[in-house]
Design a protein around this ligand. Structure first.
Ligand code: ATP
Ligand code: MG
Ligand code: MG
Ligand code: MG
Length: 476
């Protein structure tokens, strides 16, 4: 079943049940806590927070999402894309737990001829919050699930909240058992590879306050109206229904891997390290396309930096596969070709998008050309003298003189079995920023102070700054 068909079925299933289809919001959304929209509920937040009243009681959407926090997972797990599409149904004070469970169950186990996904009911496992007896009972009554396939989870895993006083409630997640060849069976769902999480149902039922952690808050009392928010990963369902073992091999993504394989002459499926590179390439090219389509341009701050990093990682992965010519002109049109059915606006906009992408690749090729030599000789000098860590001043010089972002230096060092003195690097960055600030002050520049973004990027390295987009709704 093609991804576009799964999307169509999802929308039809809920439209037939009185939901209004709401188009995806752009990836850039006006929310101070988010770099990009990272869940289907983000555009509906004002309704859930009671700040606005929706025009409908029931809505359904397929929302474009970017989760920069998942970048390191791409290609290594079977299920994480930086860009993905979250299918969701929403109830604003209308149906609650029973409705949400019934709608999800009938869609995933409904027969293919009747518009369903046709999953074998015996392969479906779910989790509920340990105290949510109601949801447990509903899974038994509605779906006939046996107790052992309804697993209890704690607040950390199965409680949804936004990290601020406001709505909260238990979640119930749906997993598909991919079979014994993917991991041990029975017992608690520990193996997230064998048991693939496809759908998260959130039951917003209470108002919470004094939120200090994901699992530390006080319950004020029931919400004036109970709401439903769900998110089903379109790519994850697609990979299962297309008989693949990961989301990078679905119809919307795989052709980029094929193209990369064709032009590099390397075979996909022959070497595990190369395979991760192929998947990173296909994922990042697609995410880059979607971000540029929504108006992001490469830059050194916040959103632009995420795009820059994605495009550069794709290009560098092509290099690691032995391809030194400009790669994006070969790959981006392939991704467009797969995505334009669902996002026709990309095609008209493509001349603009490709210009941005190819210019970014050119600039990066120049950076790489100069910096790589310097890096290589530094790395071999260190190894020759028995060292194992690149000094902070050298990482700083690569950054300052050759435009190497620290995450690139870290990645390249790791490939050589070296670490980087990040503390030393950061100290030098801080000094430099202090100098720049003093400088700007004396010039009384009228520019907005964006140094906060930059300093978060540099100080945090590749993991902490990515947490930017995880501040609120991610990993529910
Ligand atoms: P995981 O535990 O696999 O990282 P999650 O619990 O972070 O997923 P949710 O926040 O519950 O995911 O999002 C709802 C649904 O969106 C998930 O059940 C999954 O189907 C899908 N999803 C989440 N993150 C990704 C991703 N990076 N790529 C593809 N699909 C995703
Ligand atoms: Mg999860
Ligand atoms: Mg996650
Ligand atoms: Mg989840």
């Amino acid at each position: 079943m093609l991804t576009a068909e799964i999307r169509r079925r999802f929308l039809a299933h809920f439209e037939n049940a009185g939901h209004t289809a709401v188009p995806s919001a752009p990836l850039l959304f006006d929310d101070p806590n988010l770099l990009f929209v990272n869940a289907g509920m983000v555009p509906f937040k004002p309704y859930f927070l009671g700040q606005e009243t929706p025009l409908w009681d029931r809505a359904v959407s397929v929302q474009k999402c970017v989760r920069t926090g998942d970048i390191e997972e791409v290609g290594k797990t079977t299920r994480h894309g930086t860009f993905f599409q979250m299918c969701g149904n929403f109830s604003f004070g209308d149906y609650f737990k029973a409705g949400a469970i019934e709608f999800a169950w009938t869609l995933i186990t409904g027969s293919v001829d009747d518009g369903g996904f046709g999953f074998d009911p015996d392969k479906v496992w779910v989790t509920v919050l340990h105290s949510d007896d109601e949801a447990r009972q509903l899974w038994k009554d509605i779906a006939g699930l046996p107790d052992e396939r309804i697993q209890s989870r704690g607040l950390l895993d199965n409680y949804w909240q936004m990290g601020v006083p406001g709505p909260g409630g238990p979640a119930s997640e749906i997993y598909i058992d991919r079979g014994p060849e993917f991991g041990p069976d029975g017992g608690p769902i520990v193996d997230e590879d064998r048991f693939l999480e496809i759908w998260n149902l959130v039951f917003m039922q209470e108002e919470i306050t004094n939120v200090t952690a994901k699992d530390k808050f006080d319950v004020v009392g029931p919400l004036p109206q109970e709401n439903i928010d769900t998110g089903m990963g379109l790519e994850r369902v697609a990979y299962l229904l297309q008989g693949k073992t990961n989301m990078y091999e679905i119809d919307e993504v795989f052709p980029v891997i094929e193209k990369a394989s064709e032009i590099t002459g390397r075979k996909y499926g022959a070497d595990p390290i190369d395979d991760v590179r192929f998947r990173v390439i296909a994922d990042h090219v697609r995410s880059g396309l979607m971000l540029m389509g929504d108006g992001v341009t490469p830059g050194n701050e916040a959103r632009g930096y995420v795009l820059r990093r994605l495009l550069r990682r794709a290009v560098r992965s092509m290099r690691l596969l032995g391809y030194e010519d400009p790669a994006l002109p070969q790959l981006l049109p392939v991704s467009l070709d797969r995505m334009k059915a669902s996002y026709p606006e990309l095609e008209a906009d493509f001349p603009r998008i490709e210009k941005i992408a190819y210019a970014e690749e050119d600039a990066f090729r120049q950076t790489l050309g100069k910096g790589t030599q310097i890096f290589e000789s530094a790395a071999s000098a260190i190894k020759n003298t028995g060292g194992s860590s690149l000094p902070g001043d050298q990482a700083f010089a690569l950054h300052d003189t050759y435009g190497f972002p620290i995450d690139l230096t870290l990645e390249m060092a790791a490939e050589q079995g070296l670490t980087v003195d990040e503390d030393g690097f950061r100290a030098l960055m801080t000094e430099q920023r202090a100098r720049a600030k003093a400088d700007a002050k004396s010039k009384k520049g009228a520019h907005a102070d964006t140094s906060i973004y930059r300093s978060t990027l540099d100080a945090g390295g590749p993991t902490e700054w990515l947490a930017y987009s995880t501040l609120t709704t991610e990993s529910r």
